[in-house]
Design a protein around this ligand. Structure first.
Ligand SMILES: [Zn+2]
Length: 288
């Protein structure tokens, strides 16, 4: 955090330096835009092929073939979820929340894509519908579906709670679920768990100190967010122990609810013109 009483005296031109207008780091105008209309038309023909209910303070893994849709729905009460995505054939290609944030901003909605890690850096999924798109940003600078948090985890909890041992943080839930799904040891699975898309979570940074904050999620039963799988995906979703994240996480204090994941298969001929994104085109010679 920045000092309230800096050690260094401000230079004479401090105000001029601070008044410089910002520029967007990564303008996305040159990115290939998703064909939302194609996806949304294709979605009309889609039928459910599987579903899984994620119980509170647990996680589940699920497969979504390329060209299918998946939907995450709040079913009983306000609840946030922590979403991981992997390439189903290669767990080392996984969702890259930091680069997704750099490209699309702090909070995602319809038309944004979830990008994969280096060296692949390609769209893994595209958001095609979001019933909380009306929320925008609130007066505190908060919004939903963030890529600024990481995932609640037992290590940070241990640091902040004088040695606490809590086992149902999203990090641990995702670790157990991936270990079971991919037949890995806990130690192996844990290394594949990564920073998440915080589905339905309402977060931001305080304007005065720049600290990460959360507030009660505006999600209500039947709200959902829906994705199109650009590649064969393995997903992992944890129903966060923070519940609606209005008070605490990393404990059993908050009231928690399940989340529903549904996978939907469209008629193939409705996706004419769509292709799986290729691996990133950088040649990887790194100047040598
Ligand atoms: Zn969590």
């Amino acid at each position: 955090m920045k000092l309230t009483q800096p050690f260094t005296k401000a230079p004479e031109d401090a105000q001029d330096r601070k008044a410089v207008e910002p520029v967007i780091c990564y303008p996305v105008d040159s990115l290939e835009q998703p064909e939302l209309e194609l996806y949304q038309n294709s979605r009309q023909s889609a039928e459910k092929v599987s579903e899984v209910l994620v119980k509170p303070r647990t996680a589940e893994c699920f497969n979504v073939p390329a060209g299918h849709f998946f939907r995450i729905t709040s079913v009983e009460g306000s609840q946030v979820g922590d979403l991981n995505l992997w390439n189903a054939e290669n767990l080392f290609e996984r969702f890259y929340s930091g680069k997704t944030r750099a490209l699309h901003g702090t909070h995602l909605s319809t038309g944004d894509r979830m990008w994969s890690s280096f060296p692949s850096l390609r769209p893994m999924a595209t958001i095609v519908h979001d019933t909380l798109d009306w929320y925008g940003f609130d007066e505190f600078g908060g919004s939903v579906h963030d890529v600024i948090g990481t995932r609640c985890d037992p290590y940070t909890n241990n640091l902040l709670s004088d040695g606490g041992q809590y086992h149902y943080c999203c990090h641990s839930n995702l670790t157990r679920a991936l270990a079971e799904k991919a037949n890995l040891s806990l130690e192996e699975a844990e290394l594949h768990v990564h920073d998440v898309l915080n589905v339905f979570m309402c977060t931001g940074f305080t304007r005065d100190t720049g600290q990460y904050f959360m507030k009660a999620s505006p999600v209500r039963p039947d709200d959902y967010i829906e994705f199109f799988a650009e590649i064969d995906l393995l997903g992992g979703l944890s129903a966060c122990p923070g519940g609606d994240c209005s008070t605490k996480h990393s404990s059993d204090v908050a009231s928690c609810h399940p989340l529903l994941v549904e996978v939907l298969k469209p008629q193939l001929d409705t996706l004419d013109g769509w292709q799986k994104p290729k691996l990133n085109g950088y040649d990887r010679s790194h100047g040598l």
